[in-house]
Design a protein around this ligand. Structure first.
Ligand SMILES: C[S@@+](CC[C@H](N)C(=O)[O-])C[C@H]1O[C@@H](n2cnc3c(N)ncnc32)[C@H](O)[C@@H]1O
Length: 277
């Protein structure tokens, strides 16, 4: 008989677009740093797929968007990039600064909201990286417009997210005689959700579900055009822990380029639908 393991409970689903003034990551900052653990990036099963899309970093001006405790920022600085790392959580930035003090790399940490990137001038960066965080930010469209604003023309944006097709609020997994299968429903229920059963961030602070078309269209509307999409296979470690991820991708990784000649408006809240001549 099939055994059902519901990995995610439907809990506290609220409409997308709700603005939270304070990052809930402030409440769990020390837990999150410990949960990632030391050497967290080298042990991250999905980071190599994102890193493969970055290209040469030495000498580049790069933004780590929603940097958390700064693991990606530190790695990119070690590869020779000039890094500005941004997050809404003051407590996570304090932890990132602790790492910086322990081993200075010249990373600038900025406490600002990804939805506006207030205080960051337009066209500041050759590239922006957002690792496993777009689904943690309340409003996708203004965030992506801000990314486009701070990129130089033809700059790149690399992101990784929980795969939106297989991580809906009530998704789960089931062992069958043919192997593990993922169960997915409520795909169009976009918005905030929090899990009662997940042990990682979706269980502690929740996340925002958006459909694949919402992501693709929001990127395109912001003037960020896809160059590459990857759906990394599970590593042996992931496969041993969660065999269902051998069957389907847990994470979606993408690289976009800012459309050449795309205008960046002074007001980051406005639509960027004006093209430069
Ligand atoms: C799962 S963590 C990922 C952190 C980091 N990118 C990494 O890979 O370790 C999500 C991050 O998104 C940040 N975040 C959520 N909403 C944000 C916002 N509006 N502006 C900036 N950062 C935000 C949180 O504070 C948290 O650090």
């Amino acid at each position: 008989m099939a055994r059902l393991r519901c990995a995610i409970a439907i809990d506290n689903l609220i409409p997308a677009g709700e603005i939270f003034a304070v990052s809930t990551y402030d409440d769990v900052a020390e837990w999150y740093d410990a949960w990632l653990g030391p050497g967290s990036l080298s042990g991250d099963p999905f980071w190599p797929a994102a890193e493969a899309l970055l290209g040469e970093l030495a000498g580049r001006n790069v933004c780590d968007l929603a940097c958390g405790q700064g693991r990606v920022a530190r790695h990119m600085a070690d590869l020779g990039a000039h890094v500005v790392a941004v997050d809404l959580s003051a407590k996570l930035l304090e932890i990132a600064q602790r790492h910086e003090q322990a081993q200075p790399r010249g990373i600038d940490y900025v406490h600002t909201d990804a939805r506006t990137l207030e205080g960051i001038p337009g066209r500041s960066f050759d590239g922006v990286v957002c690792s496993m965080a777009l689904m943690d930010i309340a409003d996708l469209a203004p965030t992506l417009r801000s990314v486009a604003r701070v990129l130089r023309p033809a700059g790149w944006f690399v992101f990784s997210i929980l795969h939106p097709c297989y991580n809906t609020p009530p998704s789960g997994e089931m062992a069958t005689p043919q192997g593990w299968i993922r169960t997915v429903s409520a795909y169009w229920a976009e918005g905030f959700w929090r899990s009662d059963v997940r042990t990682g961030p979706p269980g502690r602070v929740g996340a925002y579900h958006g459909t694949l078309s919402t992501y693709v269209n929001a990127l395109t509307d912001a003037g960020l055009n896809f160059e590459r999409v990857t759906e990394p296979h599970a590593t042996e470690t992931v496969a041993a822990r969660r065999p269902v991820w051998v069957e389907i991708p847990a994470v979606l990784v993408g690289r976009c380029t800012k459309t050449a000649g795309y205008a960046t408006l002074a007001n980051p809240g406005e639509r960027q639908d004006v093209r430069e001549v």
